[in-house]
Design a protein around this ligand. Structure first.
Ligand code: F6R
Length: 241
């Protein structure tokens, strides 16, 4: 894993943004894996700014999001569909039918998981996957203990994850208890991975990732077995290294 440390969150977002834009220029039909949450929003701002200033085009890009809550409609402002439209898709020229996110309202959720996994494969797999990390080491919504050979599946969210994400909801009770997430093996199939880590609250997770063993009770440690991972971390996140 290559670690790029930056002085602050803005620089982290800029550097990750530049790398993504250069890959899109090299491969205008890139399959881009996306994450939600607070960490990538600065990066999405950079992509939008560049699109407006330099006209980098997303017309032939397909995007695949890592995860979606179960039981929340696409129109709900807490859904990851809504999040992605608000933070990225509405502001660039990507056709919406080329943006793909698991459907957390599907009638048959198991079938939706298989369909999503197959769908990514039919598109030739993900060229570049953007990841954040949970304080407990989760990637996507793969909580500690998720098998490394897992594919897209339904997961019970850890209480700590629900609490961390309750900042987006009116109350903790409103945070869904389950989500659909790409599995660890699905993520590991990506040709390249960018892991973004920002803030003091992630310092312990980053130190565990860099210095700890590869173990299923720390999902991000699977990334150590991937040959093409770049970690972008800001100063606060690297404090314990
Ligand atoms: C989001 C996702 C999660 C987040 C993680 C960190 O699609 O898959 O793994 O990346 O929970 O979230 P933030 O960035 O809000 O700290």
């Amino acid at each position: 894993m290559k670690l790029i440390s930056t002085s602050n969150y803005e620089k982290l977002s800029q550097q990750a943004g530049e790398e993504i834009i250069s890959r899109i220029k090299r491969n205008p039909t890139l399959n881009l894996g996306l994450a939600t949450g607070s960490t990538p929003t600065g990066l999405y701002q950079e992509l939008i700014k560049d699109h407006k200033q330099h006209k980098t085009s997303y017309k032939e890009i397909n995007t695949f999001n890592l995860d979606e809550y179960i039981g929340i409609s696409k129109k709900d402002r807490n859904s990851y569909h809504y999040f992605m439209c608000e933070h990225l898709f509405e502001h660039i020229d990507i056709p919406l039918d080329q943006t793909h996110i698991p459907d957390g309202t599907a009638k048959d959720l198991d079938e939706e998981c298989s369909r999503y996994e197959q769908f990514i494969n039919e598109h030739g797999g993900i060229d570049l996957q953007i990841l954040g990390i949970g304080q407990n080491g989760h990637i996507g919504f793969n909580e500690p203990g998720t098998p490394f050979d897992s594919r897209t599946h339904i997961i019970d969210l850890a209480e700590s994850t629900r609490k961390a994400n309750s900042r987006f909801f009116e109350s903790l009770d409103d945070v869904p208890k389950q989500a659909i997430t790409m599995g660890i093996a699905s993520i590991m199939d990506s040709k390249e991975i960018f892991l973004l880590v920002s803030g003091a609250s992630k310092a312990k997770a980053l130190a565990t990732l860099m210095n700890g063993d590869v173990r299923e009770d720390f999902p991000a440690s699977a990334l150590k077995n991937h040959g093409n991972v770049t970690i972008f971390a800001d100063k606060d996140a690297t404090a314990l290294l």
